[in-house]
Ligand binder design. Structure first.
Ligand code: R2B
Ligand code: URA
Length: 298
């Protein structure tokens, strides 16, 4: 872990019990008795939708002798469930929303592990979601190797000096390979490659079907071909930030597993039926659970 990048001036007094940290959007505080149940935290699994995270928590509970499922009381921003060592949290859509969830979860994990960096680094983090595929048929599950933004450059944010702070978008290669290995035999089509995370579903993903279209069909295809040639296998809206923040603290175990719901080389509209979308999400979940079983139940 990169201890120099951890905001310990704020976090250590919370661990010591001298200050209370309010995880405002998650709806709990560090002095909430509920958190005593979470000390065995071994993984944090995130995804856009609250319903999907609730269903994932039920699956994981069933795989662990019907372990009790705890719910955080607040659900109007993020939906949070904890069962059998795993915290399942929805993060909404896009990096502005998901970055709030990730920051509060990193603070919470630090508190739960009492600032012990070795224990903290044993926690596995993943986003499991949907994406637009680049040259892949709908329903392919992509395990990300590297996350960039629409210009293929890493995640960056404006800092206090008016400059950009640049982050590292790599996902740990050994974890990505471990996920692929664990999925072998499942029959699910799984690919590995880079992922582009955008700030907008239509304009920054070069769609022609938004209310506002700023691109020509030729420019769209040019962008898609450029990212395809650069090894990008899918497009979504959170991965570059997720890798950025987890790398900043130096976590070594994290991943992103996303099902594709459309092949962007063939079109913009997501025309999959509700049943197909359900099946695609189930595939991403199956790839996750095959890996969780291997690392947490062995
Ligand atoms: C994938 O799907 C959502 C948009 O439909 C977004 O959260 C993402 O990353
Ligand atoms: N999510 C995205 O961000 N883009 C897509 O094309 C599909 C899902």
């Amino acid at each position: 872990m990169h201890s120099e990048n951890i905001n310990s001036a704020f976090l250590d007094p919370v661990v010591a019990g001298d200050e209370v940290d309010n995880y405002y959007h998650l709806g709990v505080s560090s002095d909430d008795p509920l958190l005593a149940e979470l000390h065995d935290l071994r993984a944090v699994i995130m995804g856009g939708s609250g319903a999907r995270m609730t269903s994932f928590a039920s699956t994981w509970s069933a795989m662990n002798d019907d372990a009790p499922i705890l719910s955080f009381p607040k659900e109007d921003r993020f939906v949070t469930r904890y069962t059998a060592g795993v915290l399942f949290v929805s993060h909404g859509m896009g990096m502005p929303s998901a970055s709030i969830a990730v920051q509060e979860l990193m603070r919470l994990a630090y508190f739960l592990k009492r600032g012990n960096l070795d224990e903290l680094d044993r926690v596995f983090w993943a986003r499991v979601g949907t994406s637009g595929g680049v040259g892949l048929p709908g329903g392919t599950v992509v395990v990300t190797t590297e996350g960039g933004m629409a210009d293929l450059k890493p995640y960056r944010l404006l800092d206090a000096h008016g400059d950009y702070t640049w982050f590292d978008g790599h996902f740990p290669a050994d974890i990505a390979s471990g996920i692929i290995q664990a999925s072998e035999g499942s029959g699910i089509p799984v690919a590995m490659g880079a992922t582009v995370a955008t700030n907008e579903f239509f304009i920054e993903q070069f769609r022609l079907d938004g209310a506002i279209a700023l691109t020509t069909p030729e420019e769209k295809m040019e962008w898609l071909r450029r990212i395809d040639d650069a090894g990008v296998r899918n497009i979504e809206m959170e991965g570059a930030m997720l890798a950025a923040y987890l790398n900043h603290w130096g976590f070594s175990r994290f991943a992103m597993i996303c099902a594709t719901v459309v092949n962007r080389l063939e079109g913009d509209q997501v025309t999959s039926t509700p049943q197909e979308l359900h099946d695609y999400n189930e595939r991403a979940g199956r790839v996750l659970f095959d890996y969780l079983r291997r690392i947490l139940m062995a």
